[in-house]
Design a protein around this ligand. Structure first.
Ligand code: ADP
Length: 587
């Protein structure tokens, strides 16, 4: 059968599903549906990976080959087409199974529908990874070449990795040598993907111990450099005779890895393809029972915005910087009251004049009536987004207002956001949660913007990469430092945090009842900053899961389950916060 025939069959399958009445499905039929679905999955794997595979797994013989069993461009195209086309009906199956779950099902039927859904999700994961792998193998994957902040990227990766650690004692550390420039040109999303995969594996295979990311510069010239990334863990390790295979698709070190740790065995083959496509190399050293070290290199160009740092890693706010920002007139667009208070507190200490609002009208008035030097702009706000307000500012009749520097404040900064920021005329960004030093460096950089259109701070602080102990329920030290070590301010912030949580609990309940997916996504986005600041990692994990679940086909039952988990976990966290606050007050 030709690939087109298969594709048209699949789309017919999809339309048949639309006419299908799941309400009439009995438990026996549901079970037959599950079986036939699993056969379909197995058959598909056999077709894509060759008939030799009798158990639905890809064939063993090709372990020396870096590519899947059929690697010609025709086969790659077929894999890409099949994977791509299969996602639509698969999403249909997931959506219909959701609908089915809402009808009155008995326990047995529910178990069957859940099995269909979980099989669909794992098939979707395989299909997505397969699609990516085939694109990489056929050289069709497009790589970006944009300027990005390496230190910010690593901080995000560490933050995300910390959220992966649950119920075990794993410490994450990271070191970047000081000679590496802050801004590089390359593909930040691919670098993030590789780091998340390798570090995610390390976290997965360490039960108790340490995962360390070291970044050094191994070659450098005027315009380019080669970075070496080392991810070292003291986890379960890999047996010597298995090491050579682990970059092959669908290969795991042990037969029981998938059942014990999950995964498809595709991650490292994708990582290898990405690294090599970008002109780097990857290797691994491992000792069973002792640990594993992955090393990979990646070439980059040096960025244009690089700031020469003064050599030492820790920089205290220099008296000149502190003096130079005194009296700056700053307008802050931010709707989260906790963030409002935090920024206000910082700016007050530096003797800046502050106007804070989430209301575009009030903000535009403040711009007209005051000689504002700088705008800090939260990108996600309820009345009007940061992008829309930026548009208003950039289209103003007054040249002074039009040219005011705008710095975006954002927790989820993606490449798309960067492009959007540039196109809307946003000058720079600060990743939340940001340290006082990072904020100060931006103020210094943009304080005389009108005289010096693009000016970076000579002594701007590098993004500080820190790890946090996630075994704790909360950690208020960061917030305490941010409050200028003033317990009264901290107490105030904690109160606002609790208010934020109460609001989230009330709003999310309504949004769940009304199945308002956008509202729920927004509420969970809003609560995230407070959870990051208080290092309430277990709650944060639940919120990230809720955010992930707010997609095109929300599983309302699962979202409700996550919400209940949040509500149940919160009292413990609240008690831990009260205790941490009390301890800080007493010291
Ligand atoms: P997955 O994690 O989805 O199984 P990968 O391709 O990312 O697939 O990894 C392949 C296999 O390599 C894993 O299943 C595991 O057996 C082994 N592996 C990868 N990283 C580590 C590590 N840090 N420690 C021990 N084993 C590892």
């Amino acid at each position: 059968m030709k690939s087109n025939d298969l594709l048209s069959l699949l789309s017919r399958f999809e339309s048949t599903l639309s006419d299908f009445s799941f309400e009439e499905l009995g438990s026996e039929e549901a079970s037959r549906l599950k079986n036939s679905f699993q056969n379909f999955k197995k058959d598909l794997q056999n077709r894509v990976y060759g008939e030799k595979s009798s158990n639905g797994q890809p064939p063993e013989e090709d372990s020396q080959n870096d590519h899947p069993s059929k690697t010609g461009s025709e086969e790659s195209n077929l894999i890409a087409n099949v994977s791509h086309e299969i996602r639509t009906p698969l999403n249909g199956i997931i959506g219909f199974a959701d609908l089915l779950k809402e009808s009155r099902l008995d326990k047995g039927q529910l178990i069957n529908v859940n099995a269909i859904q979980s099989a669909s999700y794992s098939l979707l994961e395989i299909v997505n990874e397969l699609l990516e792998y085939s694109k990489l193998a056929s050289g069709k994957e497009q790589f970006q070449r944009i300027e990005f902040n390496l230190f910010g990227l690593v901080r995000d990766v560490i933050f995300l990795c910390n959220t992966l650690i649950t119920n075990k004692k794993v410490t994450l550390t990271s070191n970047i040598t000081q000679d590496i420039p802050e801004f590089l040109i390359g593909d930040p999303s691919k670098l993030t993907q590789v780091l998340l995969n390798v570090m995610g594996n390390a976290i997965k295979f360490v039960n108790e111990g340490e995962v360390c990311l070291n970044i050094t510069q191994s070659e450098t010239s005027e315009a380019n450099l080669l970075l070496e990334f080392e991810v070292k863990d003291d986890g379960i390790g890999i047996a010597k005779d298995k090491i050579d295979q682990i970059f092959d698709p669908f290969k795991q070190a042990d037969a029981d890895t998938a059942s014990k740790y999950g995964g498809t065995g595709l991650g490292l083959s994708i990582v290898k393809q990405i690294v090599e496509n970008l002109g780097g190399s990857i290797n691994i050293k491992s000792n069973l029972g002792i640990g594993t070290t992955f090393k990979f290199t990646m070439p980059f160009e040096k960025g244009n915005q690089n700031q020469k740092t003064t050599g030492t890693s820790e920089r205290k706010d220099s008296p000149q910087d502190l003096k130079s920002v005194v009296g700056l007139n700053i307008l802050v667009f931010e709707d989260n009251i906790l963030n409002q208070r935090l920024i206000e507190q910082r700016l007050k200490v530096w003797k800046c004049h502050i106007h804070i609002t989430d209301d575009p009208e009030f903000g535009m008035e403040a711009l007209e009536n005051n000689d504002i030097d700088l705008v800090l702009m939260d990108l996600r706000m309820p009345i009007m987004s940061g992008f829309e307000i930026t548009k208003l500012i950039r289209n103003s009749d007054s040249r002074r207002i039009r040219e005011i520097p705008i710095i975006a404040l954002t927790a989820d900064y993606t490449i798309q956001d960067k492009e959007k920021c540039n196109s809307f005329g946003i000058n720079d960004y600060l990743l939340k949660p940001f340290s006082p030093e990072e904020l100060l460096s931006k103020l210094v950089a943009y304080q005389n913007y009108h005289e010096r259109p693009v000016q970076s701070s000579e002594s701007a602080k590098r993004a500080k990469v820190k790890s946090s102990d996630t075994s704790e329920l909360v950690n208020l030290i960061g917030l305490f430092n941010d409050s200028s070590e003033d317990v009264v301010v901290l107490e105030d912030l904690v109160l606002l945090f609790k208010k934020n949580v109460d609001e989230f609990i009330a709003n999310a309940e309504i949004q769940l009842n009304e199945e308002d997916v956008e509202g729920l996504a927004f509420s969970s986005h809003k609560i995230k900053a407070g959870l990051v600041m208080t290092r309430a990692n277990s709650l944060l994990k639940t919120i990230l899961e809720i955010q992930n679940g707010c997609n095109e086909f929300p599983d309302w039952k699962h979202l409700e389950f996550l919400y209940v988990r949040f509500v149940n976990d919160y009292p413990k966290v609240e008690r831990a916060i009260d205790k941490a606050l009390k301890d800080l007050k007493e010291n």
